[in-house]
Design a binder for this molecule. Sequence first.
Ligand code: SAH
Ligand code: SF4
Ligand code: F3S
Length: 476
Amino acid sequence: MLDLTINKVHDEARQGEAFAPFADDPNQYKKRFYIESYGCQMNFSDSEIVASILNESGFGATRNYEEADLVLLNTCSIREKAEQTVRKRLTDFRKIKEGRPGMLIGVLGCMAERLKAKLLEEEKLVDMVVGPDAYRTLPGLIEEAETGQKAVNVLLSREETYADISPIRLDSNGVTAFVSIMRGCNNMCSFCVVPFTRGRERSRDAESIVKECRDLYNNGYKEVTLLGQNVDSYYYVNEEKDEIVNFANLLEKVALISPDLRVRFSTSHPKDITDEVLHTMARHENICKYIHLPVQSGNSRILQLMNRTYTREWYMAKVDRIREILPGCGISSDIIAGFCTETEEEHQDTLGIMEYSKYDMSYMFFYSERPGTLAARRYTDDIPEEVKKRRLQEIVDLQGRLSKESNEKDLGKTFKVLIEGNSKRSDNDWMGRNSQNKVIVFPKENYNLKKGDYVWVTVNDCTQATLIGKIQKLEA
Ligand code: SAH
Ligand code: SF4
Ligand code: F3S
């Protein structure tokens, strides 16, 4: 498998078997739903909104799809492989449905939006197709589907932000949570299907965001990640208060909830992240010093074909600016190998900009043509698959070295770490992250710590993906 990603956030292979933790009597609900999420964090966050809407209309959650009355797949269209994964998964449900004809199957999210009613023709077992802006209509659509009709709602909205819905946290560690702050994207990068599946950009009411973050903090959460396809273009006009809230203002409002609440955000488009945002990050210790700044390509001609609106030099200057205002800030990237007409030299430019930016981590993909996008209409997908894969492998190998070097630089340093839970390998070790978003594993020793606590950890070893340390001192 070459479509490698070092971390998994944008990885369509990440399957979220989500389970709403309703601790109540299992017989309390007449019907049960099962939901699985694919794709980006926005989809995982949307599934929590869906869980809330279904719960309001009397559905309980189950981890076991075999006993579900309603099976939902929240899908991703970003690359062809993401769609294939979902189609394969649907075949698993076919067998179950043969034995339980009353069971309903719904496809939600980006594939629903991209394929619309066509999906019902292609996948006969599907009963409902529901786009990302239509989740409020789910209860009605379920009723319709229960009568044996196929139910479809793929209307996109210019306003929907689900601002008033309190998400039900699925599979939560009780420490970190995603909070969506905007929906849609207006950027029209030529390779990207998101503007078609998610619609126009709109920002969520700032007060509802702050309230959701405060509620999370009051419920013991210690970290929120503000989510959007392009968070830096957040812009909300509060007419009642005659107040304009941009992304820097919003970050500050959330950071002020408590110095004990960490704030992260994703994703920043390099063209939109401003000095004001960087200075706001510098002012607040609890805004994490980590920026995901997808470059996509290191060559200006390819960047122009991609419609990214910046050049190689402009991007490099942005990296310099981040390092100047926020020394020690972590930077990660998304990279696409083998975009239409990319030459060997242009590919070398991508490797060069990776070296220059010294990414701590990257999500790396080879180009996958998406029907209907600008690139699909205008350019030929002319790089042979072996060449794409070879270039991707060079990118992956280089990132491996950069990640290792970045981790080696941290040897001997002491970081404030938020404990997220036991390490995967051993219950005797904690796992947490530092401000730069690096994972640190360290022995619990005899300290009386618990997840959600902060602790100072000195790094004494590392792998390419993880820092390994020892508790230095407790948080004062
Ligand atoms: N809004 C985010 C990205 C969302 S999609 C941003 O602009 O940064 C996540 C990543 O998937 C993109 O950054 C890009 O690297 C990759 N991607 C998007 N479309 C793709 C395609 N057609 N083929 C391969 N990778 C793609
Ligand atoms: Fe896609 Fe570009 Fe929008 Fe990101 S900014 S979602 S890559 S169109
Ligand atoms: Fe995929 Fe849609 Fe997210 S296409 S990456 S789930 S916005």
